[in-house]
Write a protein that binds this ligand. Sequence first.
Ligand code: GDP
Ligand code: MG
Length: 166
Amino acid sequence: KSGFIGIIGRPNVGKSTLLNGILGEKLAIITSKPQTTRNRIVGIFNREDAQFIFVDTPGIHSARTPLNRLMVRTARETFTDSDVLLLVVEGGQETTPDDLLIIESLKATSVPKFLILNKIDLIRREQLLPQMDAYRNLHPFAEMIPISALTGDGIPLLLDELWKYL
Ligand code: GDP
Ligand code: MG
């Protein structure tokens, strides 16, 4: 099977590191088109049993200017093209206004969403529990998966969970 996976999250949470960690040597394509208001494919990971097409959803990070608001709307509309959305956040960190803004924009779509708690190599697992509770109250995420994009911890599990939604 094959499916589109939208990756969202504010800057510096580790989205690029996650993609590099997944794609690694098995990278099929990477596009280098300049960022537009449209979604763009950033990489395709081919596994024996599935094809995972990762898509960037630009413009979602901040809606404080009219242009940004337009881009947020465009991103939101194209969310529905994804089979799964990954919201990447920093594990063990407080939720920021930008995180809340992104979650608000997710509510418009019924596409299943995973909360990805990244950088768990920097914290103890127990520190994730209050954060997971907080996010559970904000939005019904289909899965919550702690990972370290840097060490690869949790990435095989993430791919197996994604596979179920393709
Ligand atoms: P993006 O802006 O969301 O694409 O974030 P990047 O992938 O560029 O990562 C931002 C910074 O966080 C970089 O310095 C990464 O090395 C670091 N980073 C990303 N993932 C991890 C992780 O799992 N653990 C640690 N310790 N650092 C990470
Ligand atoms: Mg990046």
